[in-house]
Design a protein around this ligand. Structure first.
Ligand code: FES
Length: 575
């Protein structure tokens, strides 16, 4: 009942007792038909499952869990599957992000309170990956991510269509009168035609790539499609491997080092990854005590080229990415920019895993000599409008708008936006800057993906496809446009965004990393003095806890009391 480093397994504190408590722990488990030899001191592996029919991206996870179990049994472990709250982007309101931290608590306490020696995290839809990694990191047991994989490529009337990205383009086409509503509805079943998560380089795919780049997933974990048989082979191998990790006592903190985060930031830049990865990596680093700052994303990533030609920054989809070589091919292409000594969950270093990784399609995964776009990583902006920082994703933006000064058209919240955006009397043109308030962590609450505000009909009908947009919200990783996000401090916390008035000029200069409200300091101070905070819109419950404790975007939007690792010491007995 010890691991190779001489420590005893946690599970022995439950199943190894020869007394009343041991009886209780074993006897009740035996009602599931587990034979006595499974309680002989072998590693007990939790399979943290986010299966849910309400989360279509994770609806196939029982099959994935079964394959992980096979692997655990093969390696001499005892697998025990357990559910946690699942978060789906397509159904959950007001936003899945509101519950990321809640799920991380669910995961953390489920692991710590139970007889587990290690855990496999089944991740898929956007928030399920960070929330599971954050919760597990606060326990620091051996842990391994198995992603569910992306859907097969969408295909509508012979043309590839990508989750999210083509929802935005087609819905703009409907509003511009270029596509009929009936055709739009026809595309629904053509877009989502197999199990799996969004198959663009949205947040789910990005976070799967981040898990692999961090070393938390086995090689190719991110890109194998959900329905590809190799997804199930990987799950089984992961089951075998987690048992070895428990025996070798390879803790999460040995994988999630500063060098792992730096690798992830660089991979995120070159894959055209989601801006949401910034929040999730900052929050995850906070759980393991790695010092990571918002500016690291700009410093380490901005100057890197875009290598991966996937929507929304490019034209291909995740299936193509897997066939072209996936994350290992990207890591290999990054050469000396990657810390090759970083340890990964399969026991090898990142360098060992990727030294010979082939690229089978240079149109999907470009080389550094022939990139898709230069300087494509996330840029961190500052100025009087965002002293705590704001983000823009140049790879998904219109290059000419990356330096722009325009008149603000201000929406006080998303309801105000929806009510007025298509009003023919709205005073807006292609040079305007659309500003949305009230979409931050406290303000919404939960920081929804509304920053990529749809353009007004009257601009779309004139063929305008992008204008600068600024908000304290997020945008879907599948979205695109010259969209400035995560403005910090947010408007509900008294940030300068709250003080912007219609007609003010706003200057965006990405090269100079500047986001400036062009009014005099005295005027800004006058408005600040007159500003009154919005009345809290929550009725209590979890939302109240969230609003009272949530950190701002530059700190990853974690709850202040969840930051850090609390370990996995065996708790006191329950009886
Ligand atoms: Fe689940 Fe996009 S809705 S990954």
């Amino acid at each position: 009942m010890t691991n190779k480093t001489g420590g005893s397994l946690r599970s022995a504190a439950w199943f190894g007792l020869q007394d009343k408590d041991g009886f209780i722990h074993r006897s009740w488990m035996k009602n599931q038909g587990f034979p006595s030899n499974l309680f002989d001191g072998r590693p007990v592996v939790g399979i943290c499952n986010t299966w849910s029919e309400l989360v279509p991206c994770n609806a196939h996870f029982r099959l994935v869990a079964d394959r992980v179990k096979r692997g655990v049994y093969e390696a001499g472990g005892f697998p025990l599957e357990f559910p946690v709250m699942s978060l789906g982007e397509s159904n959950l309101r007001p936003t899945a992000m509101l519950f990321r931290n809640l799920v991380s608590m669910d995961v953390e306490e489920s692991i710590r309170g139970n007889p587990l020696d290690g855990v496999v995290l089944l991740c898929g839809c956007d928030k399920t990956t960070p929330s599971l990694m954050m919760g597990a990191a606060s326990c620091d047991l051996p842990a391994l991510v198995v992603s569910g994989g992306a859907m097969l490529n969408g295909n509508f009337r012979g043309q590839p269509i990508g989750s999210g990205t083509n929802v935005w383009t087609m819905s703009e086409d409907v509003r511009a009168g270029k596509m009929s509503c009936a055709d739009f509805m026809d595309a629904e079943s053509c877009m989502s035609r197999s199990a799996g998560h969004c198959m663009t380089m949205g947040t789910a795919s990005t976070m799967a790539c981040m898990a692999e780049a961090l070393g938390m997933g086995m090689p190719q974990n991110a890109a194998i499609p959900a329905v590809d048989s190799r997804r199930y082979v990987l799950a089984q191998e992961a089951g075998r491997r987690i048992v070895e990790m428990v025996r070798d006592n390879v803790k999460m903190s040995q994988i999630l080092t500063r060098r792992a985060f730096e690798n992830a930031i660089r991979v995120n830049a070159t894959i055209g990854g989601s801006t949401n990865a910034v929040l999730h990596l900052l929050a995850l680093a906070g759980r393991v005590g790695v010092k990571l700052e918002l500016d690291d994303f700009d410093r380490l990533g901005h100057d890197l080229p875009l290598l991966v030609n996937l929507m929304p920054s490019g034209k291909f989809l995740m299936e193509d990415f897997y066939y072209a070589g996936g994350v290992p091919a990207v890591v290999r292409a990054l050469g000396e920019l990657i810390d090759r000594d970083a340890l990964t969950v399969n026991g090898k270093t990142m360098g060992e895993n990727t030294a010979d990784a082939p690229c089978w399609n240079a149109e999907v995964i470009h080389s550094r000599e022939n990139p898709l776009r230069e300087h494509a990583g996330i840029a961190v902006l500052r100025g009087n409008l965002a002293p705590g920082g704001a983000l823009v994703k140049p790879s998904a933006a219109t290059p000419r708008l990356l330096k722009h000064r325009g008149r603000a058209v201000v929406f006080s919240d998303i309801e105000d936006f929806k009510q007025r955006v298509d009003d023919p009397a709205l005073d807006i043109d292609e040079n305007s800057v659309m500003v949305l308030k009230g979409a931050g962590p406290k303000g919404y609450p939960g920081m929804p993906e509304v920053g990529n505000m749809p353009l007004p009909k009257k601009l779309l009908q004139r063929g305008i496809t992008d204008v600068v947009r600024v908000s304290d919200g997020r945008m879907s990783g599948t979205a695109y446009g010259t969209v400035v996000l995560h403005v910090t401090p947010e408007s509900a916390a008294g940030g300068a965004l709250a003080l912007v008035q219609g007609g003010d000029e706003i200057e965006l200069d990405v090269e100079a990393r500047k986001l400036q409200l062009c009014i005099a300091d005295e005027e800004l101070a006058r408005r600040r003095k007159a500003w009154t905070p919005p009345r809290p819109g929550t009725k209590g419950g979890y939302q109240r806890l969230y609003v009272e404790h949530v950190l701002q975007a530059d700190q990853g939007v974690d709850l202040d009391f969840l930051v850090g690792c609390r370990g996995a010491d065996v708790p006191r007995e329950s009886h």
